[in-house]
Design a binder for this molecule. Structure first.
Ligand code: ATP
Ligand code: MG
Length: 225
């Protein structure tokens, strides 16, 4: 098991650490995490267990390339909430690499950074995404490089339509993606933001410290979110 390190002040993806075996299997879970919720945590944990990952590093986005339809919370708020949510899992960590990055942030840059950092240790990178995100894989920057450098784990819900994924990506790309079925979790950050703005409860959708952080900092009150 990898020892949890404090990434709070770092701009590099991860600190070097001693590893017990090679290759070091590391999962990257990217997202806006506005806010982070149990859907993210469950997907990451499921991927960690299924693919025997030493750890999963959550990487909150800086300036994401895709269009954002709400007024995104500050990077520091999203980072803090992700730290709070992952604190109790010794296999989870949080990286500041994307929020410290200037300009638009692309997943392929993050994958390259992690690979460079672990180059001495023959790291195997796993990139964990939800079904909705992987459907758009071909619109990402350098998608073929992404699937060459990392094993993409697409977290799907029971009963999802694999034909949809085949139609969106084609068989060749799809063959490079590992599918992972997670329990049906209809939780989304969009719904949580909407609930807060309407004064509806968000309890049991996300960890309690994150719920408290949202209330304390008055996040998502505006109906525009
Ligand atoms: P939003 O509603 O603002 O888009 P989100 O809930 O989709 O937020 P993101 O930060 O956009 O959260 O997602 C980060 C990653 O987690 C993406 O790969 C996304 O597909 C995945 N993800 C989001 N919600 C779930 C869920 N309930 N189960 C599994 N994966 C999820
Ligand atoms: Mg999303």
């Amino acid at each position: 098991m990898a020892k949890k390190t404090t990434t709070s002040q770092k701009t590099t993806p991860r600190q070097s650490k001693s590893r017990t075996r090679t290759p070091f299997r590391i999962g990257i879970m990217g997202g806006t995490f506005d806010p982070v919720h149990y859907g993210h945590l469950l997907a990451a944990e499921q991927a960690r267990c299924e693919f025997k990952l030493e750890e999963v590093v959550f990487v909150p986005t800086g300036n994401p390339p895709h269009k954002i339809t709400w007024e995104m919370s500050s990077a520091e708020h999203r980072y803090m909430m992700t730290m709070l949510a992952t604190a109790t899992n010794p296999h989870f960590d949080v990286s500041r690499t994307e929020i410290e990055r200037k300009g638009t942030s692309f997943s392929i840059q993050t994958i390259r950074e992690f690979q460079a950092e672990y180059s001495d240790n023959d790291a195997e990178i796993f990139f964990i995404t939800g079904f909705d995100a992987v459907m758009e894989l071909l619109t990402w920057s350098e998608p073929m490089e992404v699937i060459k450098r990392a094993t993409v784990i697409a977290v799907t819900r029971p009963g999802y339509d694999s034909k949809q994924l085949h139609a969106a990506l084609g068989g060749k790309v799809l063959s490079r993606i590992r599918l992972l079925q997670a329990p049906a979790l209809a939780i989304s950050s969009t719904d949580i933001r909407r609930r807060v703005s309407m004064g509806l409860p968000i309890k049991y959708l996300l960890p309690e410290p994150v719920e408290k952080y949202i209330i304390k900092n008055g996040l998502y009150k505006s109906a525009a979110r």
